[in-house]
Design a protein around this ligand. Structure first.
Ligand code: HEM
Ligand code: HEM
Length: 172
């Protein structure tokens, strides 16, 4: 068992895994624009908004000391690469829901999450909504690819380098 100060805080760990599940579900239930207009995927919107709310909660928990210092055996180059990768994930966790919100507003689809009405952030248009839908789709795919790589690196750390990296984020 790692000492407490070498692990992420319980709040950070809970948000990390909850977010991972929400991102995968949002991806699995995503739909293209035409289908969104005909039959809005409410679960997609709800998971995406939950990701957006949680990323801010997580950044606050991080600023409050929720993240441990890097693993001692990791050199400066690898530590910088990890920092960059994590920053890219954080950026996508904000940019993907925001572009989705913008796209759904342009489509003119009301965002009604089982009674919770979220306002539009752009004027609705008839017909094509411009590149924002594609940008959102590319971002949605990128976050899954990057998270997959990130998970593979975590497994490599744990089992090839044996530096206990996965245990730092383990809920057990
Ligand atoms: C982490 C969260 C999210 C992920 C991973 C994600 C992923 C995706 C993906 C992969 C697509 C393309 C689906 C297809 O063309 O078959 C898509 C479409 C879409 N998503 Fe999201 N999304 C997320 C959050 C959101 C949010 C918060 C909203 C809005 C409330 C949203 C609204 C839309 C809309 C309107 C489209 C259709 C865009 C178009 O085709 O023009 N998404 N999403
Ligand atoms: C959509 C899925 C995922 C997202 C968006 C994501 C995102 C992140 C982010 C942003 C961090 C940095 C935390 C910080 O220092 O503030 C992190 C850390 C971490 N993640 Fe993930 N993650 C995902 C899935 C996974 C999976 C599947 C695994 C395991 C196989 C994993 C293992 C870890 C570990 C071990 C850390 C801590 C790394 C360290 O100690 O430096 N993550 N994750």
């Amino acid at each position: 068992m790692l000492p407490k100060n070498a692990r992420y805080s319980n709040t950070m760990i809970a948000i990390h895994w909850f977010t991972a599940v929400l991102v995968v579900v949002a991806y699995l239930v995503s739909e293209g624009g035409r289908h969104v207009r005909a039959n809005p995927p409410v679960l997609h919107f709800a998971c995406g908004f939950a990701v957006l709310v949680l990323v801010f909660a997580r950044l606050i928990a991080r600023a409050a000391g929720g993240a441990p210092p890097p693993v001692a055996s990791v050199g400066p180059a690898l530590a910088r690469a990890a920092k960059l990768g994590h920053a890219a994930l954080y950026l996508l966790l904000i940019a993907v829901p925001l572009t989705g919100w913008y796209a759904v507003s342009r489509l003119g689809v009301p965002i009604d999450l089982w009674g919770l009405r979220i306002p539009a952030i752009a004027a609705a248009v008839h017909g094509r909504i411009g590149p924002i839908g594609e940008i959102h789709q590319i971002g949605g795919n990128a976050i899954l690819i990057l998270a997959g790589l990130h998970a593979a690196v975590g497994v490599w750390h744990q089992f090839a380098r044996r530096d206990h990296t996965l245990e730092r984020m383990s809920p057990f």
